[in-house]
Design a protein around this ligand. Sequence first.
Ligand code: T5A
Length: 212
Amino acid sequence: MNILSPKFISIEGTEGVGKTTAIDGFCQKLSSQGIAHIRTREPGGSKLAECLREILLSNKSDIDDDTELLLMFAARSDHVHKVILPALADGKWVVCDRFIDSTVAYQGFGRYGGNPSKLAKIQYLIDGFVPRLPDVTFWLDLDPVIGIQRAGKRSVADRFESNDSSFFYRTYQGFIHQHQHHAHRIHRIHANQSPNDIVSDMIRHINQTDKS
Ligand code: T5A
């Protein structure tokens, strides 16, 4: 991996696909190669955005769909300006658990059912308020029901995990949509393989991108 060019990398997918596990392994590889990096997540990653995350994920919160969308972007704006851009300017790689593709998938498809005028509004927010897109996005592709089962083994369901399976199938369609429209940025990885194989796939892809 080219240590001299700091990269902004996001990891995406439906619930429980193994993002955290893959990021653990990937960041270990970066550390072993002496690549300075930060690991962060959305919603969250900065002080304000972590407060918004708590509200967004809490089952006690009563939030309508438009407000949810705008809170995601408020959290993102703070995170990008306070954490992501400074780290990249400092020569560090940024590894981010979820970013804009989650918004298109969860809000655009999960909540709004892929309504074209709503998708256009989300794109307007991305164009207007997200000054830097990831260089590479890894989409961990897994049947959403398997992911929910994996995630469900661990904890109490949060406000997103409490949705029914039709919500997650719509969300999954959102990731397919993003992959089709941004194939140059989004690399699809089969998430039904071992965590080690997933990390190897990520590194192979970055090395290939560096050569091209
Ligand atoms: N959201 C987020 C939006 O709606 N809009 C947005 O714009 C953004 C940014 C955030 C929530 O916010 C929503 C989406 C989310 O609902 P989160 O914590 O980031 O929540 O998302 P989750 O997907 O819920 O995170 P999880 O921690 O539950 O899942 P991960 O990180 O994908 O999975 P992980 O690594 O914790 O693994 C889950 C289980 O599977 C096992 C692990 O050991 C673990 O038990 N596992 C594997 N098993 C078999 N094979 C593998 N390869 C495995 N990898 C992991």
